[in-house]
Design a protein around this ligand. Structure first.
Ligand code: G6P
Length: 610
């Protein structure tokens, strides 16, 4: 994971680098460092722990220079420590790196045999020595970077600074993300768009196997082999304000409250209400594509995987399309059956998750068509896909995904309606009801958000001491139960399990006693009666039942110790409303416990390691 940033211009580099790192801190936060090119050489400041420790260290050591690179780390090779923090130095060379160098042990042995002293446990330091070796052999810095990278296997986005070179930064990438920014008199690089938004919205996405030279007057791109590439900067529509907290205590809370807006933006221009349909031009596939699909394979990780389970249920029910979900990490390398006629839908907020990217690539190589559902324009997964259907949730900063999940649900449902119409599985009337219902969802969420937050905050205070929590749901509520449990685990460090309500008696029931809260999703759908029975079964074991119930459903509510009301919806739309109290529950428990909600321990937002 990790975040990297670079600046070349006429301003002081250090504050710009630190500001960029703050916006990238969600990618990793166990140590951080910057290197700035001063008149007498490169100065490096590194600190273990959160970025504020680096800021403190920079108060004691003022860096004076207008060219620099920075890094925030999520440890892979070598524990979090000052010596393992980036930038890594070899002679006049300083390097920051995001990714994993797979053959680093081999390269380390080779360098050590040549007498090179390696001081850290990281794979990155190896890269700095490889570049130094090429510079010592007489190559200019760009050639040295190219030649060094010839030896490297694995994933990387690197930024390189040299005290003997001109005022410039050399960057290169393979698999890990890297975006370049340009403004009047300055060039930037970063792992992600939000880091650069306060400075420019003119950006360029570097592709795998490319090297770029950043100078104050602009940038140039070439291949690793040295062939020049011309690429225009594109305007990014995200504003810097979208990546700020706007008065909320945490980004996660802000993002939960932004969900009606994120949904509206994601639905905008896509629902064809006149024809009870979803606009074909937005989906990215043709009518012929729709007819040739034999099966859909939904690939994703984490929260996005939970969205795909709802997607599978919708595709089966609304489009009568055989659909399977696969955890991308399990799909890879196991020789899964996939090929022509399969449509792979790769769902990823960041568009960079390495397992999803590689799994989708593997499927494409075997003849499947790939449709990307991603939130970051121009990210790796949409770039490798045959077609892209973007979510428009805006930048998501909280490590625990909320508004992007909501937007993913919307895209998966829209895709199912579109396919259902084309396959004749969904009548105009049925589709019309869904399209109209979906258009109303942002309002339904919005009108209850504040009161749900209050109710849930009270519940969270009461139950935050629980050691284990169970989340139960059937049908479309099952993936929401999984998501509710994941959210709670991620940010409050409470053991939580999401289970299909019908499966409770095959295991989790053994955990139940008066100490265990059970959150039961009980919307009034076709599963309602059976869910009420499961709820009674849990209650009979003295578990404390918190119901997520349809507003006014006195029957279900009378069976619960406490309940939260959600707005009634058409059955297929229930996930949009039932997941909100679960997100808020996780948030409120974590906030009550005082954990670091936006940057929970050991996690990172964008997982670019396998
Ligand atoms: C990490 C994040 C999760 C996210 C998952 C998949 O684990 O912490 O919030 O759901 O990666 O990320 P993606 O960007 O592919 O949706």
């Amino acid at each position: 994971m990790c975040g990297i940033v670079g600046y070349v211009g006429s301003e002081q580099a250090a504050p710009i680098l630190v500001d960029g790192l703050r916006r990238l801190e969600y990618r990793g936060y166990d140590s951080a460092g910057v290197a700035v090119r001063e008149p007498n050489g490169i100065q490096i400041v590194r600190a273990v722990g959160k970025l504020r420790n680096l800021e403190k260290a920079l108060e004691d050591k003022h860096l004076d220079g207008s060219v620099g690179i920075g890094h925030t780390r999520w440890a892979t090779h070598g524990r979090p420590s000052k010596v393992n923090a980036h930038p890594h130095v070899a002679g006049p060379i300083a390097v920051v790196h995001n990714g994993i160098i797979e053959n680093h042990l081999e390269l380390r042995a080779e360098l050590e045999a040549e007498g090179v002293q390696i001081t850290s446990d990281t794979d990155t330091e190896i890269v700095s020595h490889l570049i130094h070796r090429e510079v010592t052999a007489g190559h200019d810095l760009v050639t040295a970077v190219r030649r060094a990278l010839e030896h490297v296997d694995g994933a990387y986005a690197i930024a390189v600074l040299s005290e003997t070179d001109q005022e410039r930064i050399i960057v290169a990438k393979s698999s890990s993300p890297l975006v370049l920014g340009v403004s009047e008199g300055a060039s930037y690089c970063a792992s992600d768009i939000p880091a650069l938004l306060p400075y420019t919205n003119e950006m360029v996405f570097l592709e795998d196997g490319e090297v770029a030279v950043l100078e104050a007057g602009g940038f140039s791109i070439s291949t690793l082999a040295g062939d020049p590439i011309h690429r225009e900067a594109q305007k990014i529509s995200w504003s810097p304000v979208m990546a700020e907290k706007a008065g909320y205590k945490h980004f996660m809370l802000k993002e939960i409250f932004e969900q009606p807006r994120a949904l509206e933006d994601t639905l905008r221009g896509r629902l064809d209400r006149e024809n009870a349909d979803v606009s074909s031009s937005e989906i990215g596939l043709t009518e012929d594509d729709a007819k040739s699909i034999r099966r859909v394979i939904l690939l994703a990780c984490g929260t996005s995987h939970h969205a795909t389970i709802a997607g599978k249920y919708w595709l089966e029910e609304l489009a009568r399309m055989p659909a399977i979900t696969e955890l991308a990490s399990e799909f890879r390398g196991r020789d899964a059956v996939v090929g022509e006629g399969d449509l792979v839908i790769a769902v990823s907020q960041s568009g960079e998750t390495i397992d999803t990217l590689m799994a989708a690539k593997e499927a494409k190589e075997r003849g499947a068509k790939v449709l990307a559902i991603a939130n970051v324009n121009g990210s790796a997964i949409p770039r490798m896909a045959d077609a892209s259907f973007y979510t428009h949730a805006g930048p998501e900063i909280g490590v625990a995904s909320t508004k992007c999940f909501m937007a993913q649900l919307a895209n998966l449902l829209m895709f199912s309606i579109w396919l259902g119409r084309r396959r004749g599985a969904l009548s105009e009337g049925e589709a019309g009801e869904l399209v109209e219902g979906l258009a109303r969802i942002p309002h339904l969420i919005d009108e209850r958000l504040k009161s749900t937050h209050e109710t849930v905050a009270e519940l969270a205070r009461h139950y935050s001491g629980a050691r284990d929590v169970l989340f139960l749901g059937r049908g479309l509520s099952y993936p929401m139960a999984l998501e509710g449990a994941l959210k709670l685990k991620e940010i409050s460090y409470v053991h939580a399990e999401g289970y299909a309500a019908g499966e409770m008696k095959h295991g989790p029931i053994a955990l139940l006693d008066a100490e265990v809260p059970v959150l039961v999703l009980a919307p009034q759908d076709r599963h309602y009666e059976r869910v009420c029975s499961n709820l009674q079964e849990a209650r009979a074991r003295e578990a404390k039942i918190i119901g997520i119930t349809t507003a006014g459903d006195l029957r279900a509510q009378s069976l619960c110790d406490a309940f939260v009301e959600v707005s009634p919806t058409v059955e297929a739309l229930s996930p949009f409303v039932t997941v909100v109290p679960l997100q808020l529950y996780a948030y409120c428990v974590a906030d009550h416990k005082g954990t670091d909600v936006d940057q929970p321990r050991n996690l990172a937002k964008t997982v670019t390691v396998e």
